[in-house]
Design a protein around this ligand. Structure first.
Ligand code: AMP
Length: 218
């Protein structure tokens, strides 16, 4: 299974990517996570990358592309991968195609998580994250057992800097201008499948399972 998840911030791509990765044993490649990790581990990267991320702007293509190329060429990605948050513009999509061609593989499907702007804002402003394991919570509908503490790691949850309302609005604008045109790009390639991002996690997973079965991906 080699798939791309497309959709606005807050569409539930990351949450569903984790579910799919666990159920089907394929690697989740989240460029947001890879970039946050790079920021944590490297002071130079911190200065360069964090400024873009904190404003909700796209990190320059050459940085993202080299990180993704390295990740998908690793052994554990040979059995399949779920790209979450990549590609995010036309240049990244074309580069992805070139690199996959070099690896002798093709994308099976691009899933578009169609989601209302109001849903994105509601989900992201209420989202809280474990800085250690990355598990997502929500202040209204996915509460941890203990107030603001990760159920798994037992450490304090954080509100991501770019999940503040002004930055979310910019992320939605960046999505509309730079990422949304990929819908037509992948539709023209016959790869695009639309699914309702507003559904809850389990219902959406059921839908995806049926879709994958119909298209012989599982
Ligand atoms: P995400 O975790 O997918 O919401 O991404 C968080 C931030 O990381 C984005 O707002 C961008 O600043 C950066 N980012 C993630 N993926 C990409 C990408 N494919 N290209 C450029 N920037 C990205």
């Amino acid at each position: 299974m080699k798939i791309v998840l497309l959709g606005p911030p807050g569409a539930g791509k990351g949450t569903q990517a984790n579910v799919l990765s666990n159920k089907f044993g394929v690697v989740r490649v989240s460029t947001g996570d890879i970039l946050r990790e790079a920021v944590k581990n490297d002071r130079d990267a911190d200065l360069l990358i964090k400024t873009y991320m904190d404003k909700g702007e796209l990190v320059p293509d050459e940085i993202v592309l080299s990180l993704v190329a390295e990740r998908i060429s690793r052994n554990d990605a040979k059995g399949g991968f779920i790209l979450d948050g990549f590609p995010r513009n036309k240049n990244q999509a074309i580069e992805l195609e070139n690199r996959l061609k070099n690896l002798g593989v093709k994308l099976d499907m691009v899933l578009y998580f169609k989601t209302k702007g109001s849903t994105s804002i509601e989900r992201l402003t209420g989202r809280r994250i474990c800085p250690k394991c990355g598990l997502n919570y929500h202040i209204k509908n996915r509460l941890p057992k203990k107030d603001n503490i990760c159920d798994v790691c037992g450490i304090g949850l954080i509100h991501r800097q770019d999940d503040k309302v002004e930055t979310i609005k910019n992320r939605l604008k960046v999505y509309k201008n730079q990422t949304q045109p990929l819908l037509k790009y992948y539709k023209d390639l016959g790869l695009l499948r639309e699914v309702p991002g507003d559904l809850d996690v389990d219902d959406l997973f059921k839908k995806l399972k049926t879709l994958f079965a119909n298209e012989n991906l599982i």
